[in-house]
Design a protein around this ligand. Structure first.
Ligand code: DAH
Length: 338
């Protein structure tokens, strides 16, 4: 029996050296110390020993038992710290690695210009209002003195929707909505999207406009000129010259197209301005009495002026993009330059 006990001790000590995990350690413990374990079995045989042998073997068995139990304890501690070491290594952070720079979003170049335009007009006391992009023919054309048979309708390549709806071809319908909603004085600008069936280097089917409207008693054309000159100088620089060319719009009378001195050659004439020294930036005019009648304003009581500009065009004068369609291709290599 002594031999058996010593063999078991040697076996266990040998087996402990092979142990790699807590699970293996636990199976080994059960294999020897469990209720049906090998050591337990041997101990059960003690009853058959003689009186003389019993205390000697009993003592030996206890010693082996407790020394093995110490060995198990030691193995468990060793496994624990090994595991902890591995975990620490796996979870450690290499603080010498370069950091990941968060990429910050920024305003699209067209939005940057739009914000600047809004700022300038807000300083002059204009309020920013918006309106729907899906419009009716009434607001987009009729109320703006452009009846169905009016030739000016052909100038707008309109996206028609169903039930008399369309995508607004300009922001001017918001003039009508604003005048329906409030009484003069009105001093608003209307930034937002407009749509036309158009696609080439200087046109995209969706583009942005800023419409302006001022209505009050005794508003004059020279005030329109003052507002626009002030805008142009703040936008393009103090030296900017401006000229009004007679034009036609159904909703204004008289109407003008407004040019500024070329931002590239300062008016001397170059390729950008077709050697004229001038660049067209907007349309404007005195509000037509017919438009006032459409919103039940009395044209004998109030006068006003309106203007409308394309934001991509202004952005292009600032940034000089050969093809404005690139604004909407969402190529980050392009967009990151602004
Ligand atoms: N709605 C015109 C367009 O899209 C721009 C415009 C011209 C607006 C003259 C106006 C204006 O308010 O008075 O081409």
């Amino acid at each position: 029996m002594k031999k058996e006990l010593e063999a078991i001790q040697a076996e266990v000590l040998q087996a402990l050296k092979q142990i790699n995990t807590q699970d293996q350690l636990e199976s080994l413990r059960i294999e020897y110390f469990g209720r049906k374990g090998k050591l337990t079995d041997v101990m059960k045989g003690m009853g058959k020993l003689s009186k003389e042998e019993r205390p000697i073997i009993g003592k030996l068995a206890n010693e082996i038992r407790s020394s093995l139990s110490d060995a198990f304890e030691a193995a468990k501690t060793a496994l624990d710290s090994k595991q902890q070491g591995q975990q620490l290594k796996a979870e450690s952070v290499d603080i010498t690695l370069p950091g990941r720079k968060p990429t910050l979003g920024k305003a699209h170049p067209v939005m940057q210009i739009l914000q600047r335009i809004e700022e300038i007009f807000m300083q002059m006391g204009f309020q920013v209002v918006t309106g729907p992009e899906v419009e009716t023919e009434h607001y987009n054309f009729d109320a703006l003195n452009t009846p169905p048979d009016h030739p000016a309708r052909d100038l707008h390549d309109t996206f028609y929707l169903t039930d008399g709806h369309l995508l607004r071809t300009h922001n001017s319908p918001v003039q009508i909505r604003a005048m329906e909603n409030q009484q003069p004085p009105i001093r608003i600008i209307v930034p937002g999207k407009a749509y036309r069936v158009d696609y080439d280097v200087s046109h995209t089917p969706m583009f942005h406009q800023v419409e302006g409207l001022l209505v009050d008693r005794h508003v004059t054309f020279s005030e329109l000129k003052g507002v626009l000159v002030s805008f142009a100088r703040q936008m393009f620089g103090d030296q900017t010259q401006m000229r009004f060319r007679p034009h036609f719009f159904p909703f204004t009378e008289p109407s003008a197209e407004v040019d500024i001195s070329c931002t590239v050659c300062q008016g001397k004439g170059c390729r950008s301005c077709g050697h004229t020294g001038w660049i067209e930036i907007l349309g404007a005019g005195a509000v037509d009495p017919e438009v006032f009648r459409a919103v039940n304003y009395d044209p004998e009581e109030v006068t006003g002026f309106a203007f409308g500009m394309g934001v991509e065009r202004i952005a292009n004068l600032q940034f000089r993009i050969p093809d404005i369609r690139t604004f909407y291709e969402n190529d980050l290599r392009f967009l990151n330059q602004f």
